[in-house]
Design a protein around this ligand. Structure first.
Ligand code: CU
Length: 116
């Protein structure tokens, strides 16, 4: 009885330890992109990123407040001279991004990020 319990315990522990690896054999690495925001454009440190969790480091080098919107998510408004962190999970594709502050998208604050 004790041996059986021990064996079960070991088997369970092995399963638990192995599960995270087995569940995500190609786990996407964490990716960080720096996004400079100004009137009226975005400057991204990378044009292509692997799919998965992407951290956007938003740096407002302009004179107006700006937002960053991608994949249906919008960052908090970043004031001039301020920075912000914006984490999104992205799927493969060419994903459009823009600044939803009125008038800014039309003025040029938009682009596409390639997610592979
Ligand atoms: Cu803007």
């Amino acid at each position: 009885m004790n041996r059986l319990t021990l064996a079960l315990g070991v088997a369970l522990a092995t399963l638990v330890a192995a599960a995270p690896v087995a569940a995500s054999p190609s786990a996407a690495k964490a990716t960080t992109i720096t996004v400079k925001m100004k009137e009226f454009k975005f400057i991204l440190s990378k044009q292509t990123v692997p799919h998965g969790t992407v951290t956007f480091k938003l740096v407002n080098i302009g004179k107006l407040a700006h937002d960053f919107r991608i994949a249906g998510k919008t960052s908090k408004l970043i004031q001039p001279g301020k920075t912000g962190k914006f984490v999104v999970t992205l799927k493969k594709g060419k994903l459009p991004y823009n600044c939803p502050v009125p008038g800014h998208t039309a003025a040029g604050m938009k682009g596409k990020l390639t997610v592979t």
